[in-house]
Ligand binder design. Sequence first.
Ligand code: HEM
Length: 224
Amino acid sequence: MVGPLSDRVIRILKSIVFAASLSPVAFLLWDVFTGQLNANPFNAIVRSSGFWSLRFLCLTLAITPLRWLTGWHSVVKFRRMFGLFGFFYATVHTAAYVLFDRLAGLDAWVRARPLIATAHTLSAIGVDLLRPFFAIGLVALVLMAPLAATSTVGMIRRLGGRRWQALHRLAYPAAVASVLHTYWPLTPRAPRYAVILGIVFVLRVGRAYARRRASMARTVQAVG
Ligand code: HEM
């Protein structure tokens, strides 16, 4: 079991974790400017930011089971940061898709006319969204948005603990949608992130079941 950390240590650790969480952006920019990305650099940016979003989502959801398993409760202080980085990378990922896949695909004449370019881009995105891969990705992003928007202490107070917790359970469908989007079309391949999230779900459901059984046993004891 790991003991609680002092506020000072938490602050220092948070700065280190924050810098480390931003490092994928730095490495990506380095690769862009040194020409080290693969034959399709734009696709590399879209894929890299997508995978970082998924990694942070997994990390965020793994915090609670990690607390149960290790008894290290201070780790919860990093959960909000991980969740916000998950949303940040999902936003970068979606923006990169709009910029590199859709806007860059327009011909020069259309691109020089902002209104026409916007209409063309929106209609191309609309057509993409008819495909399950894009639609599921958007569902994941839309589910994550209210979580990011209500992640502050002020919002927890405003919503009240119970409502805030209920809202933040949206992280689970968001994770399911993210995994489906990542592995779509669902052909057999090593679904690393699906396995990680599966373990997190099994631990959560197992714990909820054990708690319910314990509470029922207490009730039966009290009655009997
Ligand atoms: C939480 C939200 C999202 C997550 C976690 C996510 C994650 C990912 C991941 C991990 C990949 C790489 C899959 C692979 O190459 O095996 C990917 C690819 C991609 N995603 Fe997302 N995504 C999200 C939302 C979106 C949205 C909203 C869009 C656009 C509407 C989008 C468009 C794309 C595109 C165009 C690719 C590249 C496919 C290719 O390699 O050609 N994603 N996404």
